[in-house]
Design a protein around this ligand. Sequence first.
Ligand SMILES: [Zn+2]
Length: 453
Amino acid sequence: MTPSLWNDISQLAIDSEELKQFQTAELKKMLQHLYQNSPYYKEKFDAAGVNPDDFTSMEDFAQYPTFDKYEERESQAKSIELEGHPLGMHLSCDIKKVNRMSASSGTTGTPSFQGHTYNDRQTIFKNFARLMDVTGCKPGDKVMMAGVMSMWVAGIPTVDALLDFGANVIPIGGLVGTAKVLEMMTLTKPDVLVCTPSFARVLIKKAKGELATDLPALGVKKVFVYGEPGGSVPEIINEIETGFGGATVYDMAGGTGALNPIFVSCEEQDGMHFIAPDHAIIELYDRDNDKVIPWQDGAVGEFIYTGLHRECGPLIRFKDGDLVQVNTKPCKCGFPGMRIKFIGRVDDMLLVKGVNVFPTAIRDLVISSGDKVTGNIKVVKPTASPVVEPPLKIKVEYKNGVSESELQQLNSTLSESMQRQLRFKPEFEFFKEGELTLEYGATGKVQLLEKLY
Ligand SMILES: [Zn+2]
């Protein structure tokens, strides 16, 4: 059984001495194990001139080489060819110990595989149980899983963890469509619904419209959302909470390399708490200057994840590509340590006249403009290069009943606020409600970029 600091959560504060000592000891064990048992990591560490026997403090960790999705893909392509499995040459346990193979869709369409041993599943169960604790869930609560399941990392593993927690799980899966989900919700009356924010919004819309279901009357108390930044956008939280008759929205997330979930928001709705600092090391990274940056309130960077207790294919210092903002101020809920806000994917970032622009930031700004818009947008990306010549084209859907003059007003308000807050010149194309066709990736995430290449 892996030791845990969870019994005294004050020890999970990022400046806690107990945590630092714990992380250093566990990390050293992990690095030594890999150096002795994984030819892949031995070669990698030797090339970087580091030896885990010399590892004495977390400061030493910055000398260790990072991992990224390109290296992961290459390692997996090689293991398919040489070993007959897609878990990568960095697989460091006996293949017979692998208990499950999951995948994430990857932004480029190439699936990225993650294997879990029996013990890896136990770590996921622990992290999930913490999430249930922070959100006030109890064994026996009825939890409907309406995310896309199949073999995706947030799918079946989530159901597995919910079962272990002792929830009364209703594993319907989002692929059956909104009509079936609403029918089953009406029959089973779940306390908790798990899905992407966009799926929750579509459910609300369909329930009000063609499927004529009184969603608020179904008694859903909590909506767990994941996979998209919407669960931390006040307007979207409000829309979902109202649509479900006063349910509370909790945003949950993970990071590649960790045994997820490791982040969840609380009722304060002010960022996600990092609930597993004794199972995952996180570093904040400045890609432009290629250096690790200190934990400071308001700091922005990319996370580098290292799962501390992962047996199957551990990813040491994995650059996940999510940009986050750190919040170290104490939270009213009392949970110690830092909170984070996801800002966007490094891959989705556009450069307009030298200014970094994230599609999620554009959508947040459109949504916060008032009640004329549905919140559905698409940002047009003309070429594979992140550099876009202004004006940046943005498709915006407006609500039924908005007049021509209101639309003109909306155009100028949005143009003005984008230039002021995001510092680029937009060009809007407006669509009537229902006319902007949104696309979803394999795992059910809405695609905000419309790629013309
Ligand atoms: Zn809190």
